[in-house]
Design a protein around this ligand. Structure first.
Ligand code: KIV
Length: 283
């Protein structure tokens, strides 16, 4: 049985850190599962690291459903959360509930929405339908980039108070956890101690109840943006490039494939074939 939302909330109560990593496809998600993370997040960051968009605003519900289905086939123990993409929940609560339902049917256990006080109607309606919601405040990639670019949030008292109100409103609306992205660590620490639900930080310091990173950042396989907050544990871009160059060279020099990599006809069949071909004058 995989982890439930209650299991994740219980980790905060028992002061155990929560581990979250993004998941998009079957192969990588299977490996992350084996590593034993608590939560797999089908983040709309897939728009950038998998689909090559400039930002996440272009990601569609159909794309989110496709990747959620792939990740859910690899999921064994972790809780699977899927992002609701830009404009799938903002226009009206009817859209919000219907689209949250699509992600659950695609295999997610919960959905994540960006926004604070202004989206609590959507959060309440989704939660009332029995679908767990993870909030996401601080830097909000779907919209903050459009208005402000990449800007750290919660750096002034006013901004911090705003975020605290957003966090409290999300908890009140029924969210089971809140992502705090690129939020000054002091503000993130205060929010984490004020709300009873877990906070999951990304670029928001060590006082959050858990951490999330984009898997491509952990593996070092997305070169376009290198966020200060991400920690690279591997440099897969260069390793993958080297592997593909080695393969290319092996093919050019006929060092690949070798007899380990191909198949043979049954014994004696090739001789028979050659005789027939010779007889018919094909060779
Ligand atoms: O889309 C995403 O990957 C996210 C995380 C970075 C929190 O929202």
């Amino acid at each position: 049985m995989h982890k439930s939302v209650n299991d994740i909330v219980a980790l905060k109560k028992s002061k155990k850190k929560i581990t979250v990593v993004t998941a998009y496809d079957y192969a990588l998600t299977s490996i992350c599962e084996k590593a034993g993370v608590d939560v797999l997040l089908v983040g709309d960051s897939l728009g950038m690291v998998v689909l090559g968009y400039e930002n996440t605003a272009q990601v569609t519900m159909d794309q989110m459903c496709l990747f959620t289905e792939a990740a859910s086939r690899a999921r064994r123990n972790a809780l699977l959360v899927a992002d609701m993409p830009f404009m799938s929940y903002q226009a009206c609560v009817t859209d919000a509930v219907a689209n949250a339902g699509r992600l659950i049917k695609a295999g997610a256990d919960a959905v994540k929405l960006e926004g604070g006080r202004f989206i609590t109607d959507a959060v309440k309606s989704i939660v009332n339908m029995g679908i767990p919601v993870m909030g996401h405040i601080g830097f909000q990639p779907q919209t903050t980039t459009l208005a402000q670019g990449y800007k750290v949030q919660g750096k002034t008292k006013e901004s911090a108070l705003n975020l605290i109100e957003d966090a409290k409103a999300l908890e009140e609306a029924g969210a089971f956890a809140i992502v705090l992205e690129m939020t000054a660590h002091e503000t993130a620490g205060v929010i984490s101690s004020i709300v009873s639900i877990p906070t999951i930080g990304i670029g928001s310091g060590v006082n959050c109840d858990g951490q999330v990173l984009v898997i491509h950042d952990i593996l070092g396989m997305y070169e376009k943006i290198k966020p200060k907050f991400a920690k690279r544990y591997l440099s897969l871009s260069s390793d993958i490039q080297k592997a593909v160059e080695d393969y290319k060279n092996d093919v050019k020099t006929s060092e690949f494939p070798t007899k380990e990599n191909f198949f043979s006809m049954e014994k004696g069949e090739f001789e028979k074939l050659k005789r027939d071909i010779d007889k018919d004058g094909i060779l």
